[in-house]
Design a binder for this molecule. Structure first.
Ligand code: AR6
Length: 192
């Protein structure tokens, strides 16, 4: 097993460094904000490369389903526009406010609700960025544990996904995720 690849049931979890907009998974997840109208970071990159179709669909979702904005932890889906991925799942991670304002649970919800939506749409492969760890200021060492645990818990209960990829923008973020993934995934195996 390569050190950046782990398994839960029949699903594979991969950790890679790169730009999520290049992924060819069925869906890529966007670390959006409640407005769903785009922004900086990974959100900006997805809308730039995916083209105006994604924003049009986001506007429709706002008008039809979430006129007040998408609440933190929830997820919605659009097409991938001109991206290689056929779909974009937009979720809103929590803004870091010191860790005692429900941030871990809200971050876990963002991952869980994104995966639920992927299963509902019969998608098989999903790529995530490191939600909340840019503009929203969530320390990556804390966020990665929440992210990996949430994905592991989901895959233990649900066997319809083939692959979940974490796409980390920097070498240092990748290293933090790899170290934590060894704790989260390999410890569980040793305990069995
Ligand atoms: N591919 C993969 N990861 C990326 C990419 C990319 N192309 N670009 C940035 N990252 P952020 P957040 C990493 O700020 O913290 C936006 O303005 C980045 O290094 O994109 O959830 C939204 O509109 C970091 O590790 O998302 C919201 O207003 C991670 O993605 C707000 O930022 C997340 O950084 C959301 O903040």
């Amino acid at each position: 097993m390569s050190e950046t690849e782990f398994h839960v049931g029949k699903a594979r979890i991969r950790l890679v460094q790169g730009d999520i907009t290049n992924m060819e998974t069925d869906a890529i997840v966007n670390a959006a904000n409640s407005s769903l109208m785009g922004g900086g970071g990974v959100d900006g990159a997805i809308h730039r490369k995916g083209g105006p179709k994604i924003l049009e669909e986001c506007k429709r979702i706002r008008a039809m389903e979430w006129p007040q904005g998408l609440p933190t932890g929830k997820a919605v889906i659009t097409s991938g526009g001109s991206l290689k991925a056929r779909h974009v799942i937009h979720t809103v991670g929590p803004i870091w406010r010191g860790g005692n304002r429900g941030e871990p649970e809200l971050l876990a919800q963002a991952y869980r609700n994104s995966l639920r939506l992927a299963v509902k749409k019969r998608l098989k492969t999903v790529a995530f960025p490191s939600i909340s760890t840019g503009a929203y200021g969530y320390p990556v060492e804390d966020a990665c544990r929440v992210a990996l645990e949430a994905v592991k818990d989901f895959l233990e209960k649900e066997d319809k996904l083939d692959e979940v990829v974490f796409v980390l923008f920097s070498e240092s973020a990748l290293q933090v995720y790899v170290d934590e993934a060894k704790e989260v995934f390999l410890k569980a195996i040793q305990m069995c």
